[in-house]
Write a new protein. Structure first.
Ligand code: GLA
Length: 407
């Protein structure tokens, strides 16, 4: 080969490397510009999972209208792993997933949906299955070969490990495959992931696990899981870390898992306002009408999926009725009145006494100077801010309004 040809070959290789580099960066930059939406197996099924459940859930996601409302990822949580093979490659549990994960991914993709999987940064997952430690690049290649689109990565069995560097290793391993995989960091907020995770994953859990109750702490001995209000209150101070491509994750939804209709409605509305990923966590195959209506309220979902990606502000707290506000595109706002208390409240709000301001994003509205129209996203009633707002809010319930400039 003459020198000129060697030079051309080197240039071609360099261009290829650069293109691959751009493609990876691009994958990362394009992912989760709005909070991911989907379903996760853990809250309802725990370890009782198998390929039939995932297939039936894919079917139900389509037939129930959830796919049409924007739910996309079907995420298999803990307990899918079998033992690694002789070469150390991940394999699914053969009883639960006899056809293998690739076949399942093909099925899920044929429905226009995406498949997520779960693993853990330590030697063992939280349910004791083989974790990813020391196998990060090998696992990422296997996941990519199966067609995985989303990886939730847990933090059990990690004594002495650095979360930032462990999650960075897995992030780099995913990037090296070239596949666009949403990386969902599940470190429970123990090491302030909001400070380091935005550069590593598309979301990070801000708290321990959720529990389907309004305001409880469920103790499991060495750890606790938390009700809706407990998780909400743990979000104080975190909104500045959230934005397109990197979200505060308040955990899988408990809608349809035993709370009252009011509580489910409030829970869903709050997670939407806070730009948490919206992962339904109930049995989509046997969903009652109330859960389905809540999960598919497209106007509430639109608050979560708003392209500005601004997390709500707690405008008024420490009161029976708290107020959350959220700037939206086109100078619109969402306003949520939350009745935290155990009794119905006759709520009145005199708009002209208030002005909303988001210092972080430099937007504001002064209701003594402008009138906005509002639509109630649950009852569908309409009104304007020219008139005092009055409504009885049932216990543990919300009112959610979308405010628009009046033309
Ligand atoms: C941890 C996570 C949960 C779930 C379980 C699975 O508790 O926080 O969301 O993934 O592990 O074992």
């Amino acid at each position: 080969m003459n020198l000129q040809r060697i030079g051309m070959l080197l240039a071609a290789i360099a261009a290829g490397v650069m293109m691959a580099g751009t493609a990876n960066a691009q994958n990362h930059a394009d992912l989760a510009r709005v909070p991911p939406m989907g379903w996760n197996s853990w809250n309802k099924f725990g370890c009782n999972i198998n390929e039939q459940l995932i297939r039936e859930t894919a079917d139900a996601m389509v037939s129930s209208g959830l796919k049409d409302a924007g739910y996309e990822y079907l995420n298999i949580d803990d307990c899918w792993h079998g033992q690694r093979d002789a070469s150390g490659n991940s394999q699914p549990n053969a009883q639960r997933f006899p056809s293998g994960i690739k076949a399942l991914a093909d099925y899920v993709h044929s429905k226009g949906l995406k498949l997520g999987i779960y693993s853990d940064a330590g030697n063992k997952t939280c349910s004791g299955y083989p974790g990813g430690r020391g196998h990060e690049y090998q696992d990422a290649i296997v996941y990519a070969s199966w067609g995985i689109d989303y990886l939730k990565y847990d933090w059990c069995d990690t004594k002495g490990m650095s979360p930032e560097s462990s999650y960075t290793t897995m992030r780099d391993a995913l990037h090296a495959t070239g596949r666009a995989v949403v990386f969902s960091i599940c470190e429970w907020g123990d090491n302030k992931p909001w400070e380091w995770a935005p550069a590593i994953g598309q979301s990070w859990r801000t708290t321990g696990d959720i529990y389907p109750c309004w305001d409880c702490e469920m103790s499991h001995g060495s750890w606790s899981s938390w009700g809706v209000l407990r998780i909400l209150d743990k979000q104080a101070g975190l909104r500045k870390y959230s934005g397109p491509g990197h979200w505060n994750d308040m955990d899988i939804l408990e809608v349809g898992n035993g709370m009252t209709e009011s509580e489910d409605r409030a829970h869903f509305s709050l997670w939407a306002m806070m730009n948490s990923p919206l992962m339904s966590g109930n049995d989509l195959r046997n969903m009652n009408d109330s859960a389905r209506r809540i999960l598919t309220n497209k106007e509430v979902i639109a608050l979560n999926q708003d392209p500005l990606g601004i997390q709500a502000i707690r405008y008024m707290g420490g009161t029976k009725v708290e107020i959350y506000i959220k700037p939206l595109v086109n100078n619109e706002w969402a306003v949520l009145f939350l009745n935290r208390s155990d009794e119905a409240v006759d709520f009145e709000f005199k708009w002209a006494d208030h002005h909303f301001e988001d210092d972080l994003n430099k937007v504001k509205v002064d209701f003594s100077k402008v009138v906005l129209g509002w639509a109630n996203l649950w009852t569908k009633s309409l009104g304007t801010t020219a008139k005092q707002f009055k409504q009885t809010i049932p216990a543990h319930d919300v009112v959610v309004l979308r405010l628009k400039p009046v033309l």
